[in-house]
Design a protein around this ligand. Structure first.
Ligand code: NAD
Length: 346
């Protein structure tokens, strides 16, 4: 007998929430978009009407609805803790967009609450793990054919930061955090030290904004990661990396091989082919695969992808990164013992 569709509600329907709601309603097998909610009632109503989903007045009404089996959380990070807790209280699986929470203590509270329940209900939206190229490199490294992973060089560029309210530490907390998770994923290890350095900033950064930044991670097995994060590159959205192992290297995120150049012009940047405008274009397949894998796992009563522990570890590394950005010095990262529920994390 085939399983009934999974009825998913989306909390917060701004950029990511709208993208996920469309994905759930139009492109995810075995799923119906059961509800949406947003403090911007007009936005929620328009989306609900367009995608034929029930509009809830507030997040708790969506989470507690008997017509909602699972939740996608795409509200701002500051409200993730209370909304994930509501999902745990009502035993509803939740795909929570990154960051899990805004600080270490709040993320640890979620880890402890889920560990106390004894089963994984939280998946954190680090979608790169589902990107076909990241997954291929992970599998190639796991095969052992290239030997041990020694170095990882990550590059993460955006065309420009929002005009208002942008601060240097947001580069660490909102952008570098993806590199934290990708590094933990590809190495299968924790980050034990982070140092954030910067050249004289680009003229295109706002007043006082330190951009670009270079972060160096030491991994628990002795590997090193260099990360360039450049948010006002003027070109477009470029995410690529080279993983250097004992016998060869693996490069991902390039449109094609050969001599490559980026530039600013009427067509935007070029890199072999076109440089994507933003993360929704670059990681479109990753988001689709992520949401499908999450829905399939929830329907099967299992869990897949980055756990609450992974979200917590990323938050702790980001906090250390922000301290290093301020001091210019290496900052050690210390994690408590991992609860048994997350024994196979990474
Ligand atoms: N995985 C990724 O690549 C990726 C990319 C972008 C954003 N994100 C994450 O997705 C989340 C949303 O980011 P965004 O870019 O869509 O932001 P956004 O500002 O476009 O949308 C946020 C929405 O949440 C609503 N909201 C505000 N307070 C709320 C509350 N208390 N409860 C419910 N909804 C509330 C807002 O009205 C808005 O519609 C953030 O956690 C962000 O870090 C992830």
């Amino acid at each position: 007998m085939s399983r009934p569709p999974l009825r998913v509600g989306v909390i917060g329907v701004g950029t990511m929430g709208t993208d996920h709601a469309e994905r759930l309603a139009l492109r995810t097998a075995g799923v119906t978009l059961a509800g949406v909610t947003d403090p911007d009632g007009g936005r929620a109503a328009a989306l609900g009407e367009r995608l034929e989903a029930v509009v809830h007045d507030d997040p708790l009404s969506l989470v507690t609805s008997p017509d909602v089996d699972a939740v996608v959380l795409a509200s701002p990070g500051v409200v993730h803790e209370e909304q994930v807790i509501a999902c745990l209280d009502h035993e509803k699986p939740v795909l929570c967009e990154k960051p899990l929470t805004m600080d270490d203590a709040a993320s640890l509270r979620l880890v402890e609450a889920e560990a106390a329940l004894g089963r994984r209900l939280v998946t954190v939206g680090f979608m790169r793990r589902f990107d076909p190229e990241y997954a291929e490199v992970k599998a190639a490294l796991a095969s052992g054919e290239h030997g041990r992973l020694l170095l990882l060089h990550n590059v993460h560029r955006n065309r420009s930061a929002p005009n208002t309210g942008f601060r240097s530490e947001m580069i660490v907390r909102d952008s570098l955090v993806h590199e934290v998770d990708a590094s933990r994923f590809l190495f299968g290890e924790e980050v034990v030290e982070v140092t954030v350095l910067s050249p004289a900033p680009t003229a295109h950064a706002g007043d006082g904004v330190v951009d670009p930044q270079v972060a160096v991670f030491r991994m628990s097995g002795g590997g090193l990661v260099t990360n360039e994060v450049f948010i006002n590159s003027q070109v477009g959205y470029e995410v690529r990396f080279e993983a250097v192992a004992e016998c060869g290297s693996l490069t991902a995120g390039l449109a094609s091989s050969g001599v490559q150049a980026t530039g600013v012009g009427p067509r935007g940047g070029t890199w072999g082919g076109l440089v994507p405008d933003d993360y929704r274009a670059r990681f479109a397949r990753a988001y689709d695969i992520e949401v499908q894998a999450w829905a399939d796992a929830v329907r099967a009563g299992t869990a897949v992808g980055p756990s609450a522990w992974d979200g917590y570890a990323a938050t702790v590394v980001s906090t250390a990164g922000m301290a290093s950005l301020a001091s210019g010095r290496p900052v050690p990262v210390r994690l408590p013992d991992r609860p048994g529920l997350y024994a196979d994390a990474h």
